[in-house]
Design a protein around this ligand. Structure first.
Ligand code: BTN
Length: 250
């Protein structure tokens, strides 16, 4: 099968009935052969699906979108790498938003949430050559037709919409949207990307509890800065936090 629309993302699509992890498969291919930008690998089931922070990403056989897409963002300075996370999140929201009529949000840094439950996750793994981003494997896990979860706080598209969805169609749509956002990034439209991200940022403008390096605190989520750090207003003072410096307390 190939994807219908896109210009270069999804021109080559490989399917594996099952594998350890589509990110691992694509990373290995990139290491050992010449792989074109836009190549996609997807699977029906991962035996060692990987999530953020060393977490395991679980799936039910044949129910979800599990795919990895190869980008070669040589134009992007490594300090702007987090934009890849933003545009991937935006692409997923574009697609889910259509089906669920809004209500889809991005939880910093890049988890996709619907009604306060996680519906999709993103794992990006990149390789540098010198100071240039030689390749980035964009891993996307989107819960589509899964109806049960061991994990608290997870959901799927079918649970939220009450309908069964075509996984291949969804993949195709996400890839097409990713291409659209990727071209904006290539065109240095950073402001548009940041604004769109801010519009979708979960709990923005709300007071929330956090766990920081020095203990717990409360603050208002303001947005992110040009480094992708989370801006929180703590007692009237704006403070910025990197990925490892802050956690949400639910
Ligand atoms: C997260 O939210 O923790 C990120 C989850 C990323 C899961 C996807 S599924 C396809 C790709 N292959 C992996 O092993 N992980 C990503």
């Amino acid at each position: 099968k190939i994807f219908a629309k896109p210009l270069f993302l999804g021109k080559k699509v490989d399917f594996l009935p099952q594998c350890h992890s589509t990110n691992d498969e694509l990373l290995l291919l990139v290491k050992n052969s010449v792989v074109q930008e836009g190549s996609v690998i997807y699977t029906d089931h991962q035996l060692k699906g990987r999530g953020q922070r060393g977490n395991v990403w679980f799936d039910e056989l044949g129910k979800n979108v599990l795919m990895s897409i190869l980008l070669r963002p040589k134009f992007l300075s490594p300090t702007k790498q987090f934009y890849l996370n933003l545009i991937t999140g935006l692409a997923i929201v574009d697609v889910l938003g259509e089906v669920l009529e809004g209500k889809v949000e991005l939880k910093w840094p890049n988890d996709v949430y619907v009604n306060d439950r996680k519906i999709a996750g993103i794992l990006i793994e990149s390789n540098l050559r010198g100071t240039s981003l030689e390749s980035a494997v964009i891993g996307i896990g989107l819960n589509v037709n899964q109806s049960g979860f061991n994990m608290h706080g997870a959901t799927s598209l079918s649970l939220e919409s009450g309908k069964h969805h075509d996984r291949f169609k969804l993949m195709e749509l996400v890839v097409a949207q990713l291409e659209k956002w990727y071209l904006k990034l290539k065109g240095s439209n950073y402001e548009v990307i940041l604004e769109s991200y801010h519009d979708l940022l979960m709990w923005r403008g709300e007071l929330h509890a956090f766990k920081g390096v020095a203990g717990t605190f409360k603050g208002e989520i303001v947005g992110i800065n040009q480094h992708g750090n989370l801006a929180i207003n703590v007692d009237g003072k704006l403070q910025y936090f990197g990925l490892k410096e802050v956690e949400f307390i639910n």
